[in-house]
Design a protein around this ligand. Structure first.
Ligand SMILES: *Cc1c(COP(=O)(O)O)cnc(C)c1O
Length: 425
């Protein structure tokens, strides 16, 4: 199958080239030329995440250099469990946080890393992957590329603006990962990445790629856990489950919408955002406009201008057509706190601030079978969670191992020049 840019459908490429480039040359995002309707029967006899993922992604890799490796890439992606837990008679929680950095981004990052390692095995020059991060993305990408051949990762994070545990997960990796604590904010880090892509020295001396959430190599695997979960519940109950998805850049939600287009038994798709308003405002007013980003307790969802919106409007160009696909609700910080505080009594669970947005929306939703997507483990955000539930949240085993590793980080000023000098040293 071919992929093309959201801005120019005549400029087509293969899936592996789209993964390698990250962004299309015209600045648009890559999307598949179509979403084949596989239906439910196509998955008969398949149960595990990696088998279902392979079946679902086969059409996109048909004829591609990675097609023979797809099964292995899917096994590599699901190197950790993805339990579906029953937390009430009509509510399940899909726990996507059992990967190395305890957030759902581990799934997409593992698929991307596994794909790029295979593509880069044929190339002599190292590929440099630049990631600006406010916390979670950089950690997931670093963990996924840790010790993989052919790729080096440069992580830029704002010094003093990530939690202690997040900083540890950004700086505890092997030699092919370089972490910079930038004297600036997240926007400064992002600007340094953009400047590097536009800079002559960088273009002449490094092959660059980006691993942020707009890469299709992260989007495609994010469809697959919706397939597994909906099939399992459909087989068990004969119902199409509704999904409630904590949303920021909307990559995770888009995975669910794409999965439903491919014929999987998915009911309503419900987005839970924090107090940031671009998506709910669009559905309410029909006017798309970015907002200044607001800081909330669910920091990984603090997005004023969701990057995947360009893919969403490419497929559903009007507000009316999108309203038929999904609903979205905002959850403010008070409601996040309240949901976390009530978690142990109401659900016998400790929620992280992102998952709490999903739970708060589920509590208001009329649904006979709802799956709330749990995007992070509560132990990642002890400063918010522990005072509210008045107990300590134990660190999961995988994360504890990372915490025990030595830290390696260089502090730099927020200029491209400072980054270039530090890397040449
Ligand atoms: C990134 C992230 C989100 C938001 O996901 P999008 O795909 O950007 O909508 C939600 N929760 C957590 C914990 C995250 O790290």
């Amino acid at each position: 199958m071919k992929f093309h840019s959201t801005r120019d459908e005549s400029d087509t490429t293969t899936v592996s080239e789209a993964i390698r480039r990250g962004l299309a040359p015209d600045g648009g995002l890559y999307v598949p030329e179509n979403l084949p309707d596989l239906g439910i029967d196509a998955f008969d006899g398949l149960e595990s995440n990696d088998e279902i993922a392979r079946r679902m992604l086969e059409p996109f890799f048909e004829g591609d250099v990675l097609s023979d490796a797809l099964g292995e890439i899917c096994r590599d992606t699901y190197g950790f469990s993805v339990p579906i837990r029953e937390v009430g008679p009509t509510t399940r929680v899909l726990e996507l946080f059992h990967g190395p950095t305890a957030a759902f981004k581990d799934v997409g990052a593992a698929f991307l890393a596994s794909s790029l390692e295979r593509l880069e095995a044929e190339v002599d020059d190292l590929l440099t992957i630049l990631v600006a991060t406010s916390g979670d993305t950089g950690a997931a990408v670093a963990a996924a590329f840790d010790d993989r051949a052919g790729c080096e990762v440069v992580v830029l994070f704002p010094q003093g603006r990530v939690s202690e545990r997040q900083e540890k997960l950004l700086t505890c990796w092997s030699e092919n990962i370089t972490s910079f604590a930038v004297d600036g904010d997240f926007d400064d880090c992002q600007k340094m990445v953009k400047d590097a892509f536009a800079d002559r020295w960088w273009r002449e001396n490094r092959r660059l790629s980006s691993a942020n959430s707009i890469n299709v190599g992260r989007l495609l695997p994010q469809m697959t856990y919706y397939a597994t979960t909906s099939l399992r519940l459909w087989r068990e109950t004969g119902r199409k489950p509704d999904f409630v998805i904590p949303t920021g850049n909307a990559g995770n939600s888009l995975g669910c919408l794409y999965a439903r287009e491919m014929g999987l038994p998915i009911g309503q798709v419900v987005l839970a955002t924090n107090a940031n308003r671009p998506i709910t405002n669009y559905l309410e007013t029909g006017q798309w406009k970015p907002f200044e980003t607001r800081k909330t307790l669910a920091t990984a969802m603090d997005v004023g201008d969701p990057s995947n919106f360009e893919r969403i409007t490419h497929r559903w160009p009007t507000a009316d057509s999108l309203r038929q696909q999904l609903t979205a609700y905002r959850v403010d910080d008070d409601a996040i706190r309240d949901t976390i505080r009530r978690g142990p009594d109401a659900w016998d669970e400790v929620w992280d601030p992102h998952t709490a947005c999903g739970i708060a929306v589920r509590e208001k939703l009329d649904s006979e079978l709802a799956v709330v997507v749990a995007t992070a483990h509560p132990a990642k955000f002890p400063d918010v969670v522990e005072p509210l539930v008045e107990r300590e949240v134990p660190i999961p085993e995988q994360m504890a191992q990372m915490m025990a590793r030595p830290k390696s980080v260089t502090e730099i000023e927020s200029t491209l020049d400072a980054m270039t000098r530090a890397l040449r040293r």
